[in-house]
Design a binder for this molecule. Structure first.
Ligand code: ZN
Length: 405
């Protein structure tokens, strides 16, 4: 299995990255045999890439596959299939995240700051221990603060000779124009539903019926599809969200439904916190030299570090809650798209086939203009959350707008 198999439904991007990895390999080989005579400019390889694509199109997986191909040391890599065998030490360690020259940065916070970025830039300047490439994958480049973006810009403008930056963002608009203009853009598309379903069956061993349900329900969002297919709780959550359109007719029910959405998002955040916070806190206490046990006193001068961790945990909880709400809003939008398709007489397959009866009922009892206004109400809610309106307020106002239609 080659590393490109992970790029579900992205044949064009895989071809482009494959060509770049082959040129990168030729460059490394040339440099090691004839000192200093190799040239990167003019080839299909370059030092900075920006992977863009709608959520779920698999930017981070594509970046990781490319990183693996750059580190591929298979003796067959110069042959027709090119680097990226998926099996050799270079490919394998990159894919499992232990390659010494590949740093994968993903954040569970809403933003990446100047300090973290400076550390990365320092790391990027080191020569690759394995003699190939120093690769930095920044999965959430859209979360760089402006200051952090400027720190990164300097590093991208004058890259070390064997350093490669792989940035991922939803779209080119999500990164500073100055950074965007120095990166080669690799645009991914939303993969076709059938390709996602096939990948779930082949890669994850998921049964066919479940795979096609999950792929259809998430409309080509690979990670969400995998989660839906493997996690019963995710399916229950989705079912609850899809009941909302049926409940908003009554004011009391509408407000209750809004509160439930918020509670569910809060529960998700709490679960993540319970999983991570205590162990992080204990690890930090140990590192700072506190005696074992929860209640023991902390050594002098360590309050700042503890405070920093608590702030970080609080920010992570906010983001988890936001992500959870975001999923619910995505499901709702998709529901009303199905309603609209029915109202307009389109016979495309419903994304929310499991609630076909509700889709038909809402479609029969409202007009297309109402459906469009409802879709706008859901998108408006997301806008409000982006502008940091209190979540309950935003969701309540959405529920009321859905009701009025
Ligand atoms: Zn390999």
């Amino acid at each position: 299995m080659a590393v490109w198999d992970d790029l579900v439904g992205q044949e064009r991007a895989a071809a482009q990255l494959g060509a770049a990895a082959a040129d990168a390999d030729a460059f490394v080989t040339a440099e090691s045999t004839r000192a200093g005579s190799a040239e990167l400019s003019g080839s299909s390889m370059t030092h900075a890439w920006l992977f863009t694509g709608p959520p779920g199109s698999g930017g981070p997986s594509a970046a990781r596959a490319f990183a693996a191909a750059l580190q591929c040391v298979s003796p067959d890599r110069a042959l027709r299939s090119g680097p990226g065998c998926g099996f050799c030490d270079g490919c394998h360690t990159t894919l499992v995240g232990t390659h010494a020259d590949v740093e994968i940065v993903r954040t569970d916070l809403l933003s990446i700051g100047v300090k973290e970025t400076r550390d990365l830039v320092r790391r990027a300047q080191m020569s690759p221990a394995g003699g190939r490439w120093q690769v930095i994958v920044l999965e959430d480049a859209d979360r760089l603060t402006e200051g952090a973006g400027n720190v990164l810009l300097k590093a991208i403008e004058e890259p070390a000779p064997r350093t490669v930056w792989l940035l991922c963002a939803p779209s080119t608009e999500d990164v500073l124009p100055t950074i965007r203009s120095r990166c080669r853009n690799l645009a991914l598309r939303t993969p076709p539903v059938e390709a996602v379903a096939a990948s779930l069956v082949r890669r994850d061993g998921i049964e066919e019926g479940m795979a096609s349900y999950a792929a259809r329900a998430t409309q080509g969002h690979i990670e969400r599809a995998r989660r839906l297919a493997t996690d019963e709780r995710a399916r229950a959550r989705r079912a609850a969200v899809l009941k909302l359109p049926d409940r908003v007719g009554d004011v009391g029910q509408a407000l209750k439904a809004a509160q439930e959405l918020i509670d569910a998002a809060g529960a998700d955040a709490k679960e993540v916190a319970e999983e991570l916070d205590a162990s992080e806190t204990e690890a930090l206490r140990a590192a700072l030299g506190a005696a074992e046990g929860k209640g023991s006193r902390m050594p002098r001068g360590t309050a700042g570090a503890m405070k920093e961790l608590q702030d970080r945990q609080k920010r992570r909880a906010t983001r988890t809650q936001r992500d959870s709400l975001d999923l619910a809003l995505t499901d709702l939008t998709s529901f009303y798209r199905d309603v609209l398709a029915r109202q307009l007489g389109s016979d495309v397959a419903l994304a929310n086939d499991e609630v076909r009866d509700v889709v038909e009922r809402v479609a029969g009892s409202s007009r297309p203009e109402q459906t469009l206004r409802r879709i706008e109400a859901v998108l408006g809610c997301r806008d409000m959350l982006d502008r940091n309106v209190a979540p309950l307020l935003a969701v309540e106002s959405m529920a009321m707008a859905l009701r009025a239609g």
